[in-house]
Design a binder for this molecule. Structure first.
Ligand code: HEM
Length: 346
């Protein structure tokens, strides 16, 4: 454990410490909610945040969602104008609808297609309105333009969800389902865009899907950092974390630890799916899906979506149309993720 500056937050520097923080829910809690309250000390032994525990998606849910994704991805590609035998797309943009509809198919399995698609669009609208709230350096005031826009988008989604869920036997409340959908749409869009950007920067070839997926999640885990607040005095790794202190866990930093990824045949800062040919180190020890009771319930869908994208990309000639920057405003996003695809097939 190390402190980031005098009096600053703690950083867990090994996977063991990170797991301890994520799994010891009596000692550590969520600092705040996704809509970003200004109070970072909500978490104390007396006032727990009462965060919902989500059940992992079942294999049939994942299967249904992947079928929707494959169909929607094909349709999204078909909308692109072909110029000189190639198409150009912004990966963050093109992935939006296929991912949103796939995740809605998994989570809202009992709803009809029209309602599900309507809800998918409302979740995308909420994510877009939430982005400037999360990205602002200081939490925006309650009545600021950004907050009001986010509030309106959240309300519209919750109202539509409440109406849709009321006619079905769903136990979860609309805000709980809305959070699941937002988490399950925003993050895989970013992960998918990173994957396509990394592949577009490689010479065309046929890649092992698992190797590409893990290498993408190692170099650019969209949730590159997460945090918890200690609810009591905790002794860890010869350090004392006092109650109410912030502890950061970074899958991105953990993914650069030499013992968590094969450092052959290239250094750990390079995208090299082939490093995973060496199968004596299991991928994922850097926790791209978190750990413990609040680990990602959509892990298998996330992995499936990314594998399917590699399956598609393997048949294509992808190149980067422009150099890519890292947008760190909310998680990490590739920006612009502008890709040219020669002679595309769906
Ligand atoms: C490649 C894709 C994905 C990645 C890398 C990813 C990553 C993560 C990570 C790191 C966390 C834990 C955050 C923390 O502990 O603070 C998380 C939580 C979560 N994820 Fe994912 N996720 C992905 C896809 C999905 C999908 C497809 C869904 C839903 C269908 C989903 C739903 C959630 C939810 C609801 C949580 C909150 C869990 C809780 O707080 O109990 N995620 N995800």
């Amino acid at each position: 454990m190390t402190r980031l500056g005098t009096g600053g937050p703690w950083l867990a520097t090994t996977p063991e410490q990170a797991k301890h923080v994520l799994m010891d829910t009596a000692g550590f809690d969520f600092p705040t909610n996704v809509a970003r309250g200004t109070d970072m000390s909500a978490s104390s032994a007396e006032s727990r945040t009462g965060h919902h525990v989500y059940a992992p998606l079942t294999p049939p849910q994942v299967e249904r969602a992947l079928a929707v994704f494959d169909r929607e991805w094909g349709e999204a590609l078909a909308t692109l104008p072909i110029t000189d035998d190639s198409v150009r797309f912004e990966a963050m943009h093109l992935l939006r609808r296929p991912v949103a509809r796939a995740t809605c198919a998994a989570v809202l399995e009992d709803l009809d297609l029209v309602t599900r698609n309507e809800i998918a669009d409302l979740v995308l609208a909420w994510i877009d309105a939430l982005a400037p709230v999360i990205a602002s350096r200081r939490a925006p005031g309650r009545w600021s333009r950004r907050r009001r826009a986010e509030h309106r988008a959240r309300l519209a989604l919750n109202e539509r969800l409440s109406a849709a869920l009321a006619s079905h036997d769903v136990r979860e409340t609309a805000p709980v389902v809305a959070t699941m959908l937002a988490a399950g749409i925003q993050v895989p869009i970013a992960a998918g865009a990173w994957l396509l950007v990394f592949l577009a920067a490689q010479p065309a070839g046929s890649f092992n899907a698992d190797h590409v997926v893990w290498e993408t999640l190692r170099l650019a885990p969209p949730t590159w950092i997460t945090a918890r607040v200690s609810t009591a005095r905790v002794e860890m790794a010869e350090e004392v974390v006092a109650a109410g202190e912030l502890v950061m866990i970074s899958p991105l930093l953990l993914g650069r630890l030499p013992h968590l990824a094969p450092s052959d045949p290239a250094d750990l800062a390079t995208f090299c799916p082939d490093r995973w040919r060496r199968d004596d180190i299991r991928p994922g020890a850097w926790l791209p899906f978190g750990a413990g009771p609040h680990a990602c319930p959509g892990r298998n869908l996330g992995l499936g979506l990314l594998r399917d994208l590699v399956g598609w990309a393997n048949g294509q000639e992808l190149t980067l149309a422009m150099p890519v920057n890292i947008d760190q405003s909310r998680g990490i996003l590739p920006s612009p993720a502008l890709i040219t695809c020669s002679a595309p097939t769906q």
